[in-house]
Design a protein. Sequence first.
Length: 257
Amino acid sequence: MVQVIFKDLGLIDYKAAWDLQEKLHAEIVAQKLALRNESMVAGASGLTGAKANHDAGFTTGNPKPETRNYLLFCEHPHVYTLGRSGDEKNLLVDDEALKSLDATFYKNNRGGDITYHGPGQIVGYPILNLDDFFTDIHRYLRTLEESVILTLAEYGIHAGRLAGLTGVWLDPDDKIKARKICALGVRCSRWVTMHGFAFNVNTDLNYFGNIVPCGIQDKAVTSMEKELGRKPDMDEVKEKVKHHLSALFGMQLMQEA
């Protein structure tokens, strides 16, 4: 089990959370480079066997050096974010309208197009060194999706995937009824991830009316509250998502000391 530090940041400004992600991402990349350099120095020095492994950060039973890994949960005040491959035309309101909505807008460095974040939504930011798990970004995305699919199943909501599109969908095989309940947009550099998923639990879906969600013209957006006809407990849903992420990735979630 890979130890992963878990933090629930609560309601936090989008830029503040983004800055924190960038900081943690940079720290993990620096750790990876330092461990690699130590390994190269040990090899160049002619050290072999247990001594080389020790000097390079290896220990018995742990076949590779360790870096820190993080899983951040949070909610954001109303904000629209546009991924690096997105089209700004998919934001359907101007600056004045954003002010009236008490919302902000950011272009960021994740994949995907435009989406909305707001209260009542579980936003998950895994800052993971995939060398500690698996170096396969397709598998990584599908694993994030699976954690939400399994969570929804515990509430009697059948969810799945829509061919060619990321995220978690309800009625994905029905062209008319298909609707998204969780969006994904990630960045991976040197096999270290950031950004992540946005899972609509008790989200005000009216805010999605101001964008073309994920740049997809003909698909609706939904939430657990809308599907269930009641507001599920956010803390309960978070615990279920954490459980499934832990099991699927082989994580041991830890609180930072």
